[in-house]
Design a protein around this ligand. Structure first.
Ligand code: COA
Length: 202
């Protein structure tokens, strides 16, 4: 068996140069993808918007964004490259995104998700998002309803405990991948990589 070099996951702020890679994931992830210029506009002109991405080595494998609106972090988009799904990348990214929202002063986080998108809903539930309403016929391609999901206060104890639990799962993923020789290098904790939600501190 040939040993593979350890792959390091990093979380970065999205830059204009990342848009082609991000847009490739967007096209593979959504029936009505945002055009590339929408990302450019978000990065250049929307002062309320923040976008993060995950790199595996040099490759962009996931991205997500939020708008900071009246104390609320509204998740605008969230996607993982198909080949990289079910490997904890989405979990890693949401951890970083909620940490960023909290740092920016958001009290809660909210998002819309297709009712039928059970993969995303399960991921969001891990982070304490719960259904609070429906936007009827929100998605124009098939008139599907959107489920509105919201978290409790990001700084509340239960929410912090939940985030700390997810951070432990991410650290566990890293340990297992390091042993298998396919993941981040040993000792490369979520805090060091910038997700920041690796502790119980409120
Ligand atoms: C939804 C999405 C972001 C999940 O990303 P991912 O990297 O595969 O998720 P993770 O591997 O981190 O999984 C974390 C948790 O999410 C849930 N989950 C993820 N994919 C799932 C699936 N296909 N079925 C059921 N649960 C799933 C599980 O609870 C999982 O935890 P577990 O591994 O302990 O069971 C990814 O499938 C995606 O990009 N989909 C297309 C775009 C999209 O729908 N975005 C959301 C728009 S609202």
């Amino acid at each position: 068996m040939v040993a593979r070099p350890p792959l390091r996951f990093t979380i970065d702020t999205m830059e204009l140069a990342d848009i082609p890679a991000v847009h490739a994931i967007e096209r593979q992830s959504f029936p009505v993808p945002w055009p590339a210029y929408a990302f450019r506009q978000e990065l250049e002109a929307n002062r309320l918007a923040r976008y993060l991405l995950v790199r595996a080595g040099d490759r962009v494998v996931a991205y997500a964004g939020l708008w900071l609106m009246v104390g609320e972090a509204h998740v605008t988009t969230f996607a993982v490259l198909p080949d990289w799904r079910r490997q904890g990348v989405g979990r890693r990214l949401m951890l970083a995104l909620l940490d960023l929202g909290r740092e920016l002063g958001a009290e809660t986080a909210t998002l819309e998700v297709r009712l039928s998108n059970l993969a995303a809903r399960r991921l969001y539930e891990q982070f304490g998002f719960r259904p609070v309403g429906i936007r009827p016929r929100y998605y124009s391609d098939n008139n599907e309803d959107a489920l509105i999901m919201t978290t409790d206060a990001l700084r509340s104890r239960p929410m912090q405990a939940r985030l700390a639990h997810v951070a432990r799962l991410v650290a566990q993923d890293d340990e297992e991948a390091a042993i298998a020789g396919i993941g981040p290098e040993e000792g490369d904790t979520p805090e060091r990589r910038g997700s920041g939600v690796g502790s119980d501190e409120p």
